[in-house]
Design a protein around this ligand. Structure first.
Ligand SMILES: Nc1ncnc2c1ncn2[C@@H]1O[C@H](COP(=O)(O)OP(=O)(O)O)[C@@H](O)[C@H]1O
Ligand SMILES: [Mg+2]
Length: 335
């Protein structure tokens, strides 16, 4: 359904100088700054997949989505969405895709929501019959009737997001792009949005690409993730596989009585392990010591006994790594 082949996007913008003087200088300067926002990325996505597209701020997620939707043209490389190159046939591509940008709305701010839907129905040429069955489904999964007659500007963020998601789906697109769809939402609304995405995917085999900061979205929705960092793809594979490969990290947190003595511990020696296999963090205010370690190489009992030799331990907690930690570790190591 989606074939992205070696796409890159370079932005060239005028060089900025600081201050007012700088602003004036900038007007007369020809100096340019080049920024490669997306750097040689390729992937294929099949019909019906839900793929999480993740990376830290500025990694190039939105730029990739914009190239796939035809808003931006790649500097090099090509996207084919259901066989169509969105930068060449933007209108044709638009019939196949739905897009939601969490940060802004595609709805008409001052019109009642119902009118935005009627306009979109006309734009996409949806027949009366299709529209009706579509709305029956959307009303059910998104609870739109609650606020269908209200102007969009009066909707809460959660209602607006449900409205935007509904609006993106009126023409039954084959591909749905969601750029940060749960940003700023409380947990109840998040759940509702996630549930709706799941149902849309299940019922219509809609292919979904989701960028998000929220690891919860990923865990609940995606079986596959693509991680990008500084414009480059650094991981593409299953979520379970990622957890198994990098999830060997475990964390033990101890509340100790004598924090000042912790620095005496010769960790490498005591754990029989190189320092790359563990990290030690301390919080002296709360008297907490946290050791993250590779559970295949280091015994938790060695950690605990090393600590107990220098201080009493009031409390111990052992945790498996959370997905967010794994993702952070991947960024750090740039694999
Ligand atoms: N129109 C633009 N002009 C210049 N630089 C841009 C433009 N859009 C994005 N960038 C830069 O490209 C990089 C990637 O941005 P973006 O794709 O929005 O990241 P993300 O969505 O992952 O946070 C950032 O460094 C951003 O500043
Ligand atoms: Mg973005």
């Amino acid at each position: 359904m989606i074939q992205v082949t070696h796409i890159s996007k370079e932005f060239v913008s005028p060089k900025k100088y600081p201050g007012l003087k700088g602003a004036v200088k900038g007007l007369f300067s020809n100096e340019k700054v080049r920024k490669t926002a997306v750097d040689d990325i390729s992937f294929h996505i099949s019909e019906g997949e839900i793929v999480g597209y993740i990376g830290s701020n500025g990694a190039g997620k939105s730029t990739t989505i914009k190239m796939m939707t035809g808003i931006l043209t790649p500097t090099t490389g090509q996207c084919l969405i259901n066989g169509i190159d969105p930068s060449k046939n933007r209108m044709e591509n638009a019939q196949n895709i739905g897009v939601v940008f969490g940060q802004r709305t595609q709805l008409w701010w001052d019109l009642p929501l119902s009118e935005s839907f009627t306009i979109l129905k006309e734009i996409y040429n949806v027949s009366e019959e299709d529209y009706k069955s579509r709305m029956d489904f959307l009303n059910e999964v998104l609870d739109l009737p609650e606020f269908f007659d209200r102007p969009v500007r009066t909707l809460s963020l959660g209602q607006r997001m449900r409205a935007d998601l509904g609006a993106a789906l009126i023409h039954n697109p084959k591909v749905l792009y969601l750029d940060e769809p749960t940003i700023g939402l409380d947990i109840v609304v998040k759940d509702k949005i996630r549930d709706a995405i799941r149902q849309i995917n299940a019922q219509y085999r809609t292919t979904v690409i989701l960028t998000t900061h929220d690891i919860g979205d990923i865990e609940e929705l995606c079986s596959r993730i693509i991680i990008i960092d500084e414009g480059k793809k650094i991981y593409d594979g299953g979520l379970e596989e990622l957890k198994n490969t990098y999830g060997a990290v475990r964390k033990v947190t101890m509340e100790v009585r004598r924090m000042e003595r912790i620095s005496e511990i010769d960790w490498e020696n005591r754990l029989h392990a190189n320092s790359s296999l563990f990290t030690v963090q301390t919080d002296s205010e709360k008297n907490l010591l946290t050791v993250s370690f590779d559970k295949n190489r280091i015994q938790v009992s060695d950690i605990i006994s090393s600590v107990m030799e220098v201080s009493d331990v009031k409390d111990i907690q052992i945790q498996e790594t959370e997905l967010s930690e794994i993702v952070k570790a991947i960024y750090r190591h740039r694999i």
